[in-house]
Design a protein around this ligand. Sequence first.
Ligand code: ADP
Ligand code: MG
Length: 409
Amino acid sequence: MRITVQKFGGTSLANYEQRDRVCDIIQKTLESGSQTVVVVSAMGRKNDPYATDTLIQLVREVNPHPSAREMDLIMACGEIISGVVLTAQLNTRGIPARFFTGEQAGIVTDDQFSDAHIKYINPKNILACLKEGLVPVVAGFQGKSENGELTTLGRGGSDTTASALGVALHAEVVEIFTDVEGVMTADPRIVENARLLDDITYNEVCQLARDGAKVIHPRAVEIAMQGGIPLRVRSTFSDSAGTLITHQNHRQQDAVCIIRDRLITGVTYTSNIAQIKVNISQLDDKKGMELKIFKTLADNGISIDFISVQPELIMFTVLPDDSARTISILKNLGLDPEVEMNCAKVAVVGAGMTGIPGVMARVVEALTDNNIPILQSGDSYTNIWCLVKREHMEQAVKALHDKFELGNS
Ligand code: ADP
Ligand code: MG
């Protein structure tokens, strides 16, 4: 029997009408002769009553520094609520369904609260449910550690649940249903003429996701790639085919044709970053200062990014929540750091850009033509990123998207 895993994001489950659309999709899948395993996120987005952010807020209002263990317990409630409600709605529509928590679905993780990794899945309950002819509805984003603690998988973790179940059940495809048409050349909320990518390699979408395109979680892509299960990102609210993520081009029926990585796949952004600059030119004893800075921050559990070390200037970024602590640690080392709070990272991503001359020149041209100062920049084989002020982020994303002619004309 063919199995499809179908994951529905928060905006696809927010109200009765949307869930009815989800029920239609599930019904159609069953009618096509495939079995389906449904994975759900929490209902709605920030400020909706049962959304994950709302649940977090409920505890933080009482205690701004709650324990990670209890936070995972409350964060996992959102998926349980949405899964139970969807199961009830499926049953009223005459589609027999049964709800499973992550633990009941056999999802076993390591014991890293709020960012657990799935170690393995024992799908026996899900398989028994399918055998009974019921649709299993599984809470995304959660599992159980080998010590018996409930864990969550990090933001966007329901995608990971879906991929891992897809691999464990040898699914034909894992479908990620969301509120946009598929994976696009940029976030369509910012770039109006962003283009839908019909097919894309695991590698390309992983780069986009790691650089901020939150349409799919990068870990979900890695798991599907390792398990050789195709992913499809598509809209709950339209019938379009969305984006197929695979190694191969399946549209060629007779021949298997490997998709080439594009020169540039898309433009991404990360909006909430603080830049720290430490000028060490005035110090009497500069020797070893870089090491001292990085080591002390690491000892204090502060994660830093976009590191640039020059003879007299050290720059890096931190999450805004860590900036005050970072500054006080640096001052304790006798340094005089500067902080630029409202920064954003924009990146041009393309697994095929390696060794192609002129990409950086075009990035700089796009931003300087729009009078957008570049605060810092860097590159790897697959991307070029620039740090800009938050207020310039949207304009920078649009300018880069235009410069590389990625949009629908
Ligand atoms: P869900 O709740 O369905 O998981 P998410 O908010 O996690 O939804 O992901 C979908 C959102 O990802 C879209 O609404 C869109 O704004 C955003 N997004 C960012 N970059 C891209 C991109 N390159 N292509 C498509 N969507 C993107
Ligand atoms: Mg998501």
